[in-house]
Write a protein that binds this ligand. Sequence first.
Ligand code: FRU
Length: 494
Amino acid sequence: MSQALRDARAYEEEKELLIRPEERPAFHLGARVGWMNDPNGFSWYKGQYHLFYQYHPYDSHWGPMHWGHAVSGDLLRWRYLPAAMAPDRPYDHAGCFSGSAIELPDGRHLLMYTGVAKEVQPDGSMRDVQTQNLAFGDGVNYEKYPQNPVITAAGLPEGGSRFDFRDPKLWREPDGSYRAVMANDAARGGGQMLLYRSADALRWEFDHVLAENHDRIGRMWECPDLFELDGYQVLLGSSQDMLPKGFEYHNGNGTFYFLGHIDPETGRFVEESNHAVDYGIDFYAPQTILTPDGRRVMIGWMQNWDTCNLHTPSTPWFGQMSLPRELSVENGVLYQRPVRELEALRHDKAEYGRVTVENEEIELGGVSGRMIDMEVEIEPVGEEYDKFSVFFAKNEDYHTGVSFRPHESTLKIDRKFSGSRRAIIHQRRAKVRHEGGRLKLRIILDRFSAEVFVNDGEKVLSAMLYTEPDADRVSFFADGKAAFRVTKYDLSLP
Ligand code: FRU
């Protein structure tokens, strides 16, 4: 093991003791200490889920990337393992960037990741060069492959940038061969997704360009994932520098999904539709897994690169993952629902059958808390109302909320009053489908986040918030007259 990895392991073990459990998210994975970004190596190995992450243990800001590591039996209760990789080789000394993991037929855990190396250019400038690399392990300790890098710029299609070439997601085909999809900056048109193939997971060759941006969705693309789901091929990606289009792609850096199929002749992705994956403020770089019981589950970094100035005020960690979400395609839309394992965390139910509210804000006995799972069904009473809001993480000084305006068919999440002292984006609106003002919401709060699932997962809005923990009230407001039903559970890890 390199000194760099030994140091990181010693450091995280010592420093995590400075963070009390109640200063961390309860059932979302956060950085063990320091900084976390993308989920990496999401896999099922030796009877548990493994989740690695982009990690800079020494600071709560981004720095030379390590891979942090955690395991879980239920995707909600995570246990940290020692950091899996440090940037300690010539080909990755500037960072072990994002990648993925699978189990090999011989029982070893294989990680494939992007190594970043600084290289002086002919004009004297310094640039980061990116290559793809392997590491083999037993679920705790990983050895980098002596023949790294296994994929370099040499095989790139013409014009493909060797400075932006990263985030391999690999899988094994039914015939035993391997594929990996990765992101690259094309000479023209921004990002492209490349498909590579290998017979043994060691020697890789470029196969073809899977999909191209053509300057439609942002510039460079990152963190691809490709899978089959409910009769479609789904391509996930995260895009940098997006321009908003209507209600899509407002996040600067944000996620997209394509639904389509693979052209059997060319192997290219034939896109039928594209949308944002999450319509809230904080969601990026998701990765999926096929669970042993056949569910496609996605987890993302619950953060936005542009709002990283919003920090926990006092604790030395930054960055958390979203809830793992079960995916399905229904009516041509990618649905996301919290993993069903979450239901085991529910207790202390409070339920209200049909409450009418008219031009007022009300609270309901037993409906409060900062770790809750709450379903709210809204419906009109007579005339359509103008607005219905649910506020949470609330006390005299603070609140965050979602507001639905049926005449506009929009749902807005707003954390302006969540306790932030930074002038950064605090709200986002999404178009939502409803019938005459009927809308269904499921709001999941953990200590530092809110995830709002609309109409059984048809859309999701996620945002992190660092409101003081005693701001735990919930209220309901209608401009006009509306009725709602609410079922709320407290959530905790037994
Ligand atoms: C996405 C990303 C990846 C890269 C990693 C670096 O958030 O930029 O493309 O591998 O983060 O930390």
